[in-house]
Design a protein around this ligand. Structure first.
Ligand SMILES: Nc1ncnc2c1ncn2[C@@H]1O[C@H](COP(=O)(O)OP(=O)(O)O)[C@@H](O)[C@H]1O
Ligand SMILES: [Mg+2]
Length: 240
């Protein structure tokens, strides 16, 4: 089965028939009435191309009074009067690729910069093997950005949790357990899948959320960490 990079499809796989529903920020496929409904429910939402974007085409929208919206993309923000204008702007940007609308999480911060966690899950060849966490790091957003994958800083997770004063090893272990459950679910759907790099968010109330799973995660950040043991483990799993 083809493993397709599609945020909407992945959301549905993870949400159905598993205990993960409460770990997934509410997500819908973008349509005009969907956007206004979501903005009615939530103060802020995030729009993302369903086929992924490396953080570039992600748009954050915040309700601003009765009929205005604050729209942020990369490190630029503009105010728009209505959602029609916004949708037109998006159409021009996305060239028909399709967007998802997601509730925005209030991610925990380090010095006013949001961060999230990458957790790498892998299994050995042969789908009967169980999933393991083989590495993790935290990504801190660059100044002025709301996404953590554009020129972000990479630090060990425990250091990030400490700097943000939101938890310790037990929170990381909890996040790892959630990533493993999600990996298992995706692995049931895709028997050939052997690695998923999860973006895990921790909000200001210390709740853990699955933002997305990447089927072809970049391993370079692991190579750049001072502690090279994770990187070596990741390469080992890729080979076995
Ligand atoms: N619902 C959300 N609430 C808050 N921040 C988000 C949300 N979704 C994504 N982000 C931020 O944007 C980054 C990129 O989003 P992601 O879904 O991983 O897409 P991609 O990596 O394909 O660009 C995340 O790592 C996170 O920092
Ligand atoms: Mg991502």
């Amino acid at each position: 089965m083809l493993i397709k990079r599609d945020k909407w499809l992945q959301y549905r796989i993870l949400r159905n028939g598993s205990s993960l529903a409460g770990r997934l920020p509410k997500t819908q496929l973008l349509k005009k009435n969907v956007l206004s409904k979501m903005l009615h429910h939530y103060q802020s939402v995030v729009l993302k191309p369903r086929n992924g974007s490396y953080g570039r085409d992600i748009v954050f929208i915040k309700r601003n009074g009765a009929n205005a919206y604050r729209v942020q993309n990369e490190n630029n923000a503009v105010t728009m009067r209505d959602t029609d204008k916004l949708l037109k702007w998006l159409r021009k940007k996305n060239r028909g690729r399709g967007y998802i609308v997601q509730r925005r999480l209030q991610l925990a911060q380090i010095g006013n910069r949001p961060f999230d966690i990458r957790i790498m899950a892998q299994r050995k060849k042969g789908s009967s093997f169980t999933w393991n966490v083989t590495g993790s790091y935290a990504k801190v957003a660059a100044q002025g950005y709301l996404v953590t994958n554009v020129t972000s800083r990479t630090i060990p997770v425990l250091e990030a949790l400490k700097l943000a004063r939101i938890g310790d090893r037990s929170l990381l272990i909890k996040a790892e357990r959630i990533a493993l459950l999600a990996a298992k679910r995706l692995g049931e759907r895709y028997p050939k899948l052997r690695q998923v790099g999860f973006d895990i968010g921790i909000d200001r109330k210390h709740r853990i959320w699955i933002i997305e799973g990447n089927y072809k995660p970049d391993v370079r950040p692991f190579r750049l960490l001072k502690d090279s043991s994770m990187y070596r483990r990741i390469l080992w799993y890729k080979k076995h």
